[in-house]
Design a protein around this ligand. Structure first.
Ligand SMILES: NC(=O)C1=CN([C@@H]2O[C@H](COP(=O)(O)OP(=O)(O)OC[C@H]3O[C@@H](n4cnc5c(N)ncnc54)[C@H](OP(=O)(O)O)[C@@H]3O)[C@@H](O)[C@H]2O)C=CC1
Ligand SMILES: O=C(O)C1=N[C@H](C(=O)O)C[C@H](O)C1
Length: 275
């Protein structure tokens, strides 16, 4: 679409502190629609898109709003719920929209379903990332690289009490990466553990064999520690998101790049040129 082409700007919700996006106005740059726009992340994304000179917010939708308002969007961003996201994705892919997905809850069966929809929509790109924080991605990458050098590894994720899912998508992904690295190195995934008596949950949940512990605490946003232990030493990798603006550079990078990547991309790391 040309820079100055006019297209309808629709949306059922006003975006925090912004003029309600209604009526036809000229749109400059990539047209972006946001699903989950009233939520913690969705509202932050709307503000970030509005502040970006090369992007235009053309639709900001919440629960029950008509997805037809996304007709003008080149790229749709989804920060909704694990229950809602697959239906949104099917709709968007069938409508030929590129999608950036931050919503959690993606396991291998969901990704396979998504690949199937994308196979029938050549040229459409979807990027799914459990965490758009650059530092969070580095923490996950470092954890995977370190995993083979230690006897034990456990993950503690800490989040605000409003979070619906546990453990976090980031912790699940970290555990998968760590488990794969240890398996490739010929190591047992789980470290030594002599526990024979424990209260339910005291040793956390196992994700691909890695113990994962979830904390929900007022005052927190999103945090994670990967604890690695060996003979007489430990390594702790810690990441902290103190504010949801921490996710915005990764979301905006993904919005700008997703159209160049037909098919499914998993993880922001694919865009970061990491070794
Ligand atoms: N990848 C990443 O970097 C990050 C991912 N997340 C993930 O993003 C998701 C959202 O988190 P958060 O913003 O904190 O959650 P919130 O509960 O604050 O927001 C979710 C929003 O989704 C809306 N919603 C639910 N169903 C639909 C639907 N069918 N269509 C449109 N909107 C819908 C809700 O709308 P309504 O209010 O109208 O009911 C709600 O406002 C979670 O899965 C979380 O784990 C969070 C932070 C970073
Ligand atoms: O719900 C959140 O807040 C977050 N969700 C994502 C996750 O589940 O990993 C990313 C980040 O941890 C914040």
């Amino acid at each position: 679409m040309s820079d100055s082409e006019s297209r309808p700007v629709t949306g059922a919700v006003p975006v925090t502190g912004a003029v309600p996006v209604t009526g036809a106005v000229p749109v400059t740059g990539t047209a972006v629609g946001v699903l989950g726009a009233r939520g913690r992340m969705g509202s932050t994304v709307c503000a970030a898109v509005e502040a970006a000179a090369d992007l235009a917010l053309v639709a900001a939708l919440g629960t029950g709003d008509d997805r037809g308002a996304l007709a003008a969007a080149d790229v749709v961003v989804d920060f909704t719920t694990p229950d809602a996201v697959m239906d949104n994705l099917r709709w968007c892919v069938q409508a030929g929209k590129h999608v950036v997905v931050g919503t959690t809850g993606f396991d291998e069966p969901r990704l396979a379903t998504l690949r199937g929809w994308l196979a029938a929509a050549p040229g459409v790109g979807v990027l799914v990332a459990p965490n758009f924080g650059v530092a969070a991605v580095l923490m996950m990458t470092f954890a995977a690289r370190a995993a083979r050098f230690f006897d034990s590894v456990e993950i503690i994720e800490l989040h605000h009490p409003g979070k619906a899912d546990a453990p976090s998508g980031t912790a699940r992904r970290t555990a998968q990466l760590v488990a794969a690295a240890r398996t490739t190195a010929g190591l047992p995934v789980a470290g030594p553990d002599a526990t024979t008596a424990a209260l339910d949950g005291a040793r956390g949940a196992r994700v691909d064999g890695v113990p994962v512990h979830a904390v929900r605490l007022a005052g927190l946003v999103a945090h994670q520690e990967v604890l690695l232990g060996g003979a007489g030493e430990t390594l702790t990798l810690r990441h902290d998101s103190y504010d949801r603006t921490s996710f915005m550079p990764g979301v905006l990078l993904s919005v700008r790049k997703v159209g160049e990547r037909p098919g499914l991309t998993v993880g922001l790391e694919s865009l970061l040129d990491l070794d």
